[in-house]
Design a protein around this ligand. Structure first.
Ligand SMILES: Cc1ncc(COP(=O)(O)O)c(C=O)c1O
Length: 495
C-alpha cells in the first residue's frame, strides 16, 4: 500500500509569482528536486491536485501541468487529478532544472523518434488560468454563470420549503420545474408539450439510458448519425441493439439513405439543431421527410437538442418535436450546456403521458429521482427570468468567441487549416490537410497541453477528412489566442 501523502511539507514548496518562470515550471523543479534528493520516497502518495492548489494558493491547472510533466518523465506514476505516486524507479540521478526551453517529444507522424527542434516548447508559454484547457468542447462559460443569484434562490428556498416537501419523491420530477420547462420549451423551442409530458433526468446521458431500458429490445435497429455522439452508443450498449450508422452531410442526417436502406429501423437518434460533431443543421425538407418516415413505420425518433439554444443567425429553428404529427419524437434536453455540466439536470419530453409510469419505474431502479433541492432552485431560477436572460447573454458571448477564434485561426494558420463559421452550437471543426492523421495531431497537441478532439474518433463507418473539434465557449480571447499559438507551433512540425 502506498503511504499517504499528508507528510509532504507544503512549507518547503516556495513559489515565486513575480518570477518570469511559470509557476508550474517552478513547482515541477521543486518536486523533481525533492524526489531526486530522496526527500520524497518511492511509493509515496502525493496530495490531490485540489488540496495542493488550495494549500499553495495557486490554480489547479498549474498543479496538473507540473504533475503531468513529472508523470511523462517517469518521476511520478498515476494520473494527475486522480491519484499520483512517487515512482519507485526514478529516471535519472542528476538533478537538472527544467528550463524554459524544453521538452516534449515530437509526435509528428513522419518523425516519431525525432526530438523537438530548438523551438522553445509552446507549452512553456503563459497558460491561461482556467480549469478547462482550450479547446475542450461542449463546456459553457461557467465563469459567467450567476452563482450569486443561484445561491440567493437556494437560501430563499431553504427558508420556505417544508421538511415534508424535501422528503418527497416523484420519479418524473418536481411539478414546478416541469411547468417552468414546458413553458420555456413551448415559447423558445416550439416544442408541443404539457408539464405532465416532461420527465426530469440527471442529464441527457441518463435520459438516453432510460429510453434504451424502457423502449429498446434486443436486436432492435438503432440508426445513429455518423459521425456520432459517443454518449448515445454508451447509453444504449447494454440493451444489445444493432447500431446502424447513417451518413451526415451539410443538411444533417441523410434521410433518403435511411429510408432506402433501413425501412425496418426501430429508432433514429438525431441532433437536428446542430449535428454532433459535424455541425450541420437538419434542413426543413429532411425534417418533414424524417417525421413522415417515422410516422409511417412506427419508428421512434430521439431528438437530442443538446445545444439548440445557441443559434447565432436571426431565425432559431423550431424543434423536430414541434413539427411531429405522429407522436414519434422523444425530445431530450439538458442544462449542462446552458448552465453548467455538474448540475446534472435535464429532461425528456415524452410523446405520451402513458409512458411516464414506465420511465418512473425504470428510474426507480437506478436513483429514484433527481435532487429535489436542485429542482426547486432551478424552477425558481427559470420563473424569475434568469434562465432566458443567461441564454441571451451567452448567445452574444459565444458568437463573439466563435468569430474571434475563426479570425485568429485565419490570421495565424490560414494556409494550413480551414474553419467555417458555424451558425449554431459550441464548437467548430478545423479541417486539416488530407494527408494528416487527426489523431496524431491531437496527440501532439495534448503533449503541448492543448485539447482538440480528433473527428476521426467519432466516425463509425463513413470516413471523413481529418479535422479537429475546437470548442470556444469556455474560453476568453486571451485563452483563445494562446490556444491558437500552440496550434500553430504544433502544426508547424507536421508540414
Ligand atoms: C450530443 C450531446 N448530447 C448530450 C450531451 C449532454 O450530456 P449531459 O446532459 O449528460 O451532460 C452532450 C455533451 O457533451 C452532447 O455532446
Amino acid at each position: 500500500m502506498p503511504k499517504e501523502a499528508e507528510e509532504i511539507p507544503f512549507v518547503t514548496i516556495q513559489l515565486d509569482s513575480s518570477s518570469s518562470e511559470p509557476l508550474y515550471v517552478q513547482l515541477y523543479n521543486v518536486i523533481r528536486g525533492s524526489i531526486l534528493s530522496g526527500r520524497l520516497k518511492g511509493g509515496l502518495k502525493l496530495p490531490g491536485t485540489r488540496t495542493l492548489a488550495k494549500e499553495l494558493g495557486i490554480s489547479r491547472n498549474t498543479i496538473i501541468l507540473a504533475f503531468e510533466q513529472l508523470i511523462a518523465e517517469g518521476y511520478m506514476k498515476g494520473k494527475a487529478g486522480a491519484g499520483t505516486y512517487v515512482s519507485r524507479e526514478i529516471p535519472d540521478k542528476q538533478p537538472s532544472e527544467m528550463k524554459n526551453q524544453k521538452i516534449y517529444e515530437d509526435y509528428s507522424a513522419d518523425s516519431k523518434n525525432k526530438k523537438l527542434s530548438s523551438l522553445s516548447s509552446p507549452s512553456m508559454r503563459f497558460m491561461p488560468e482556467n480549469n478547462f484547457i482550450p479547446f475542450q468542447h461542449g463546456i459553457p462559460s461557467v465563469q459567467d454563470f450567476r452563482f450569486d443569484l443561484w445561491l440567493k434562490i437556494f437560501n430563499k428556498i431553504m427558508q420556505r420549503f417544508s421538511t415534508k416537501q424535501l422528503a418527497e419523491v416523484d420519479g418524473a420530477g418536481y411539478i414546478g420545474l416541469k411547468t417552468a420547462i414546458s413553458e420555456y420549451l413551448q415559447t423558445y423551442r416550439a416544442v408541443n408539450c404539457t408539464p405532465e409530458q416532461i420527465f426530469i433526468i440527471n442529464g441527457s446521458q441518463q435520459g438516453l439510458y432510460l429510453i434504451s431500458k424502457v423502449l429498446m429490445k434486443e436486436n432492435d435497429s438503432v440508426l445513429l448519425e455518423d459521425p456520432f455522439y459517443f454518449g448515445v452508443r454508451d447509453a444504449i450498449r447494454s440493451s444489445k441493439v444493432n447500431i446502424i450508422p447513417i451518413p451526415v452531410d451539410d443538411d444533417g442526417i441523410q434521410v433518403d439513405f435511411a429510408i432506402k436502406n433501413f425501412p425496418n429501423a426501430n429508432f433514429i437518434y438525431t441532433t437536428p439543431s446542430h449535428q454532433y460533431p459535424f455541425g450541420s443543421t437538419l434542413s426543413k425538407p429532411r425534417r418533414l421527410k424524417l417525421l413522415e418516415f417515422a410516422g409511417e413505420n412506427n419508428i421512434w425518433i430521439i431528438e437530442d437538442d443538446y445545444d439548440g439554444e445557441f443559434r447565432y443567425t436571426a431565425n432559431p429553428l423550431p424543434s423536430l418535436q414541434g413539427m411531429d404529427k405522429y407522436g414519434r419524437v422523444i425530445y431530450v434536453g439538458t442544462f449542462s450546456k446552458i448552465l453548467f455540466p455538474g448540475l446534472r439536470l435535464g429532461y425528456l419530453v415524452l410523446p405520451s403521458i402513458n409512458l411516464v409510469d414506465s420511465f418512473a419505474a425504470e428510474r426507480k431502479v437506478i436513483d429514484r429521482q433527481s435532487s429535489i433541492l436542485e429542482q426547486f432552485v432551478l424552477a425558481e431560477f427559470m420563473r424569475e427570468g434568469h434562465f432566458t436572460r443567461h441564454i441571451r447573454k451567452m448567445r452574444i458571448l459565444y458568437r463573439e468567441r466563435q468569430e474571434f477564434l475563426i479570425d485568429e485561426i485565419r490570421k495565424e494558420l490560414g494556409g494550413f487549416i480551414t474553419v467555417k463559421p458555424s451558425a449554431s452550437g459550441m464548437h467548430v471543426l478545423a479541417w486539416l490537410p488530407g494527408y494528416l492523421d487527426d489523431k496524431e495531431v491531437s496527440k501532439a497537441l495534448r503533449c503541448n497541453n492543448l485539447t482538440a478532439f480528433p473527428l476521426s474518433d467519432l466516425v463509425l463507418n463513413y470516413k471523413r477528412k481529418p479535422a479537429l473539434i475546437l470548442g470556444y465557449t469556455a474560453f476568453n480571447k486571451e485563452e483563445i489566442r494562446w490556444g491558437v499559438s500552440i496550434l500553430k507551433d504544433t502544426l508547424k512540425r507536421f508540414f
